[in-house]
Design a protein around this ligand. Structure first.
Ligand code: NIG
Length: 396
């Protein structure tokens, strides 16, 4: 069954063949993929028609960095931070305790609810990580539950050295028994390369083991200082290095010359009151950027990509087009996915319909409920109570 979307005020396809959005556009979805895009005046007929009433249509957000498998609350830590305390990696242990104590059913239903919340906000592809288990059994459980529900799953056993462990011996466990046990459930290996977590040498061992196990590589790097994580990510050919708040001129140059995506996390920078990642500088140098939510209970308890995109425009001086691209095509690149993040013909039909005539409203009206409807693989997964104007072939 083919569906024709008409009445599109502004259509962002990110098709390399044309710049910027198409106005007064139409799009056809067939069998879960985009089959046609172009001016409404030239649209082909289809079995069903959906009139979006002049609204803007974008690819669904690709959120390439979240930590959604957890239990527990850290709002008091956040409150203390707002009163002047700094963020430190040690808070991860609090969430680890609560997560270990939760039943499988509870962890699964918490993850389901968080994913549903993300979909309601226009996200259609989600990466999520382990990292709040930190024992073989708890990491496997997180990986297994994540793999049931999320699009991409990352092993982050190297998130924090658990209490009572020597760091190097814990790394031995992560790259030995733990990696072997989680391997069937994950596609990516990650490490938190930062003071208070893992050194560059320990991180290199983690990434090297991940690569030997056939996993793609990602790094949490340069979040709280010049940790060396960025240089390591580039050296190891990681798909993405995330946070990138503290960068030297050499780091920027290395990222620009590499295939490693620089993933910025605007909501995390606000919530931790760490200086914003120098996104403008990275883009000016020629680096590829992604925007992700980093939804987690410690540093960024939001999955709102609308908010992250608005913040990148308002506070980090990205143009609207750069921010939209980073949160769609950029996220897909960070996950090495070619099927999502754009609305080119043949792409997965993941549509985000805004309740606005133009996408600039994401920054112009920050905090407003601007997601009107979301389609994943051509199926409507979230819809505003105001609904759609629908018609059958040849009908109104
Ligand atoms: O990406 N930086 C490391 N990991 C998370 C925070 C984890 C936590 O504090 O619970 C992040 O910000």
């Amino acid at each position: 069954m083919a569906t024709l979307f008409t009445g599109i005020g502004e259509l962002w396809t990110f098709d390399p063949a044309h710049d910027g959005p198409l106005r007064d556009a139409a799009l056809v979805v067939d069998d879960g993929v985009v089959a046609w895009t172009g001016p409404a005046s030239g649209a082909p007929d289809a079995d069903e028609r959906v009139d979006v009433g002049g609204r803007a249509v974008l690819p669904g957000w690709v959120d390439s960095h979240t930590h959604l498998v957890f239990d527990g609350d850290r709002s008091s830590e956040f409150e203390a931070r707002m009163a002047g305390e700094g963020y430190a990696a040690g808070g991860i242990a609090v969430t680890t305790g609560a997560t270990r104590a939760a039943s499988d059913e509870r962890l699964r239903s918490l993850l389901e609810a968080r994913l549903a919340e993300a979909y309601r906000g226009g996200t259609t592809t989600v990466e999520t990580k382990t990292g709040y288990g930190l024992t073989v059994d708890d990491e496997v459980r997180s990986a297994r539950i994540a793999a049931e529900l999320a699009d991409e799953v990352t092993f982050l056993g190297a998130h924090l050295v658990p209490e009572g462990w020597d760091a190097d011996e814990y790394v031995d466990l992560v790259i030995g028994d733990m990696l072997e046990a989680v391997r069937p459930h994950v596609g990516w290996m990650d490490v938190f390369c930062e003071e208070g977590a893992f050194t560059v040498e320990q991180s290199r061992r983690v990434l090297d083991a991940g690569r030997r196990a056939g996993l793609g590589l990602r790094v949490h790097g340069n979040q709280l200082g010049h940790s060396g994580g960025v240089a390591l990510a580039v050296e190891m050919g990681a798909a993405s290095v995330d946070h990138v708040n503290f960068l030297s001129a050499d780091d920027v140059e290395a990222l620009a010359a590499s295939d490693t995506v620089s993933t910025i996390l605007p909501a995390c920078d606000l919530s931790t009151r760490v200086q914003f990642a120098p996104a403008r500088q990275l883009l000016d140098a020629g680096a590829t950027a992604a925007i992700a939510s980093n939804c987690n209970p410690g540093t960024s308890y939001t999955s709102s990509m609308n908010f992250c995109v608005g913040t990148a425009v308002l506070q980090q001086y990205l143009t609207l087009e750069e921010a939209l691209r980073a949160a769609t095509v950029g996220g897909a690149r960070a996950l090495r996915r070619g099927d999502v993040g754009s609305l080119t013909v043949g792409s997965r039909a993941d549509l985000h319909v805004l309740d606005a005539p133009a996408a600039i409203h994401l920054a112009y009206r920050p905090g407003m409920p601007l997601t009107h409807g979301v389609w994943k693989r051509g199926r409507c997964v979230s819809q505003s109570p105001r609904g759609w104007s629908k018609g059958r072939r040849g009908g109104p």
